[in-house]
Ligand binder design. Structure first.
Ligand code: NAP
Length: 327
């Protein structure tokens, strides 16, 4: 039997967006809890180094994550390790955020910053060899592939950046991409093309992960989509970076979303459900960067403060931001 807790703001997820939102709501003296199933940091923990966090020419992902957490705690935000299963709106308009241990976090406002989950290829062997060669996290697993030959699947920022990172361990990295050009940003592509350990396999898709008698990955079957010819890469690792699916399944009520399932918000980061705000990678937007996540989160946190004030006064939040509250 779980326990019921009462907060003014519940934040689901402790990535950059969640921690930044917590900093601002804590700083606004709102009683805030951040619920996170893993270590605080989110995608920062899957990022080796950042060179686009303004003010730091280079900073390690985990290091920035720790700074975010310490800063949010400084303003009073509480962090709880908890796996959220549902966020439901109750009849009185407040929310119940429920965890898999049955704990209930009641609050008049929730900011969902739960990020996304790596998309799977869905090919034979992918699941069987997950953790035995197949990985979705270069920083977590890269060091296991010292002096080995590995494959990276995908052509976006994640695949191109992580392929480059993985060459610090691997002897050779094949990048298998289904088209003849990358969608990754130019600067990341330039780094990849300049790396002699990387070979790009264009117009090809992964078809099957092969294993040996010990149950470890030993090869990746690929197919050229133009010639239909199949071949096998002698790779003992396969890192799959073909995008993320937003973690929106916890929201227990219909909300507006785009065709890809990302949450649509207004300019205040409020979803179509009053009192439910969203920030970061699960929000529908042009790009998903740490800087945009914390920008979203700042807006969401300040909007929550205004939302709660308007609610206590029986008025409505004024979408023009500063100024009064319209009735
Ligand atoms: P993404 O940009 O959606 O790219 C996914 C890649 O996987 C695309 O190249 C896509 O091919 C390929 N793909 C998708 N489904 C596939 C399938 N079934 N089989 C084979 N290939 C498949 O995803 P992402 O790279 O994970 O990036 C997600 C977001 O995070 C982006 O907004 C990105 O800018 C951001 N991000 C930024 C950085 C950075 O700036 N350092 C690092 C990581 C991520 P097509 O190109 O043919 O569609």
């Amino acid at each position: 039997m779980g326990t019921t807790h009462q907060y003014e703001v519940v934040i689901v997820g402790a990535g950059p967006a969640g921690m930044c939102a917590a900093l601002y709501t804590g700083r606004s003296m709102l009683r805030t809890v951040v619920l996170e199933r893993g270590m605080p940091g989110g995608e920062l923990l899957n990022t080796e180094k950042l060179d686009d966090w303004i003010g730091e020419q280079s900073i390690l992902g985990w290091e920035l994550a720790k700074k975010f957490e310490d800063h949010a705690r400084l303003f009073g935000a509480e962090f709880v390790t908890a796996n959220v299963t549902t966020v439901s709106r109750l009849d009185d308009g407040t929310f119940a955020t429920v965890t898999d241990t049955g704990d209930v976090y009641r609050s008049p406002a929730v900011i969902v910053t739960a990020g996304g989950t790596p998309i799977k290829l869905g090919i034979p062997g992918e699941q069987e060899f997950a953790g035995k060669g197949v990985s979705y996290c270069a920083i977590c697993d890269g060091a296991f592939f010292r002096n080995q030959t590995i494959a990276v699947v995908g052509g976006g920022d994640a695949a191109v950046e992580e392929a480059d990172f993985l060459t610090r361990y691997a002897a050779k990295v094949y990048v298998v991409h289904r088209r003849d050009s990358f969608r990754a940003s130019k600067i990341l592509q330039e780094r990849l093309f300049a790396n002699p350990k990387i070979e790009v396999v264009w117009n090809s898709v992964a078809e099957e992960v092969l294993g040996d008698e010990q149950g470890l990955m030993k090869g990746l079957v690929i197919r050229n989509v133009e010639t239909n010819a199949t071949s096998t890469l002698d790779a003992t690792g396969c890192f799959i970076f073909i995008g993320f699916r937003p973690n929106t399944g916890i929201i227990d009520e219909h909300f507006d979303h785009d065709p890809m399932g990302y949450i649509v918000t207004d300019a205040m980061m409020q979803t179509s459900i009053p009192g439910l705000f969203a920030a970061g990678d699960l929000r529908s937007q042009l790009t998903r960067q740490v800087t945009t996540a914390v920008g979203d989160a700042t807006t969401a946190a300040i909007a929550v403060e205004k939302f709660l004030k308007a609610r206590s006064e029986g008025t409505e939040i004024d979408p023009r931001g500063s100024g009064g509250y319209a009735v």
